[in-house]
Design a protein around this ligand. Sequence first.
Ligand code: ATP
Length: 520
Amino acid sequence: MINYNTIMTQEELFKILVSHCKEYGFIFPSSEIYDGLGAVYDYGQLGSELKNNIKRYWWEAMTRLHENIVGIDSAIFMHPRIWEASGHVGAFNDPLIDNKDSKKRYRADVLIEDYIGKLEEKIEKDVEKGKKKFADAFNEEQFRATNPNVLRNQKKIDEVKKRMADALNANDLAELRQIIIDCEIACPISGTKNWTEVRQFNLMFSTQMGSVTEGANVIYLRPETAQGIFVNYLNVQKTGRMKIPFGIAQIGKAFRNEIVARQFIFRMREFEQMEMQFFIKPGTELDWFAKWKENRMAWHTALGMGDENYRFHDHDKLAHYANAATDIEFRFPFGFKELEGIHSRTDFDLGNHQKFSGKKIQYFDPELGENYVPYVVETSIGVDRMVLAVLSHSYKEEQLENGESRVVLSIPAPLAPVKVAVLPLIKKDGLPELAREIMDELKYDFNCQYDEKDSIGKRYRRQDAIGTPFCVTIDHDSLNDRCVTIRHRDSMQQERVKIEDLHGIIAKEVNLSNILKKLK
Ligand code: ATP
């Protein structure tokens, strides 16, 4: 069982999830029969349903619930000058470092962040110990402010954070290496502290467009979808008659030549993003930044995966384009990690595209009677990281009262790949025919699976393991009384209901509108 009380290593979690995802058709290694391709994955029959449901939840929350947000779908290939204007050619780098013994490559900043994470875990463990020791008399605030162990670790965290932020901001690679040495960070594989120098590495993939004789141009696979939105700002604003404030949303593939490729779908080289750029009047950005922080957190918590599993992490080091930035972190079983970024990007992008393209990219504000380059607040979430959050949170191994155990994926019902399994108790006596009739009733609204093979217990287990919220069993009585047994995935409760009531019972739990209505 993925137990949140004991923080698992990434390796432990990924072992369990990778094999479950593969066995049940959620996620496969890319090009598997050729031994796979580093940090690239394919979504199988169930994984793609889950992914589509996540995308639909995001898309509808953005474009249907906001009259002033519209969606687009821009091309992956873009003019190479775009990546100069955006700053990616010059600055989309990660600091990398190699361990000379294991020959493994790491991101220097991630090594330091993991070190900070371990100190944070130590503090939490001390707090837990204090809670147990002092029971009702425990005052957590006071304990954190006075306990010498906690204070020592917190001081270390603050110092290391500050040093890292300063080093990254100053692009001081020697200092980054020195922090790793001073903190005595060892390679998790070799256990040694035998490190190379830190070097910068550009994450963009490039290829050529056009034949060599025509004079081929180097172009890049986009490392984010946002630029496709910026370069369409004028088109959408004019054709959609959009008035500031307004937003443009997009879902699409992005590509990054990530250095560390050992993190399953948390960090991929080809992945998918859901990004929304919100165009606003200069000077209002911090208000909108706060509003979007709240809005995006509500989107996450509406799924019911536990409010305590999310937190904001404000950036100490701001990206080259931002004047405020935060991450929404999710409590993955290997600790809190970034799931989504919210950035106040100022007029950096539109301003630069104006400069580099020579086209005027401005908005005439009828209230002010003047033109300006709009400011932007962006929300950016990785679809695949969201899939990992849902799967890792949902996976449970449960001990049942009868001594058996089951694996269940308690995926939020509106995101579940299959909503209902229709199961005739046996393969004859007219039960399959009635089951087919029920399938025909339900399949236009819900993704249904028909299964008549093996014992009913085995069929329930199969559906639990893929997270199907409802199983409907048809027995001999059903032929006479037109009633069936409906079984709920999480509680395993069974109830006898009329066939004509099935649709309503299922819709009440699985329809996306149920969670959309929770959002303001
Ligand atoms: P990280 O610090 O983890 O590398 P980032 O800060 O570079 O992430 P952003 O550029 O803000 O990430 O991208 C927005 C979102 O896109 C992230 O919050 C994450 O969900 C997703 N994302 C970024 N890189 C990857 C990747 N290599 N694989 C999967 N998802 C990714």
